[in-house]
Write a new protein. Structure first.
Length: 99
């Protein structure tokens, strides 16, 4: 299962995703691929924002990022959140979303 946790406080936004969906074997798992792409797209978009602090760790089965909370970064995170929430709703045995 992919466990997604979003935290919005203290002037920072944090996204953590851990685990594998288990929908199919590694390399063929469309749920893992969808969650990974949402996270990667968010990270790449945030890397293009000037004058913010961005910290991240990405490795197989794990993604963590922390960014300065601004109107722009919050809007970017909300798009990724919408997709991750939808994945959790459609595949509740594979994705868990917590705020």
């Amino acid at each position: 299962m992919i466990c997604v946790v979003v935290d919005k406080r203290d002037g920072e936004l944090t996204l953590s995703m851990n685990g594998h969906a288990g929908f199919a074997k590694l390399g063929d798992d469309i749920v893992c691929a969808a969650a990974s792409m949402l996270g990667q797209a968010l990270l790449y978009a945030l890397e293009g924002v000037e004058n913010i602090r961005l910290d991240s760790v990405v490795r197989s089965g794990h993604m963590w990022l922390r960014v300065t909370d601004t109107k722009q970064t919050r809007a970017m995170l909300s798009v990724a959140e919408a997709g991750l929430k939808q994945l959790a709703a459609e595949y509740p045995k594979c994705v868990e979303y917590t705020e």
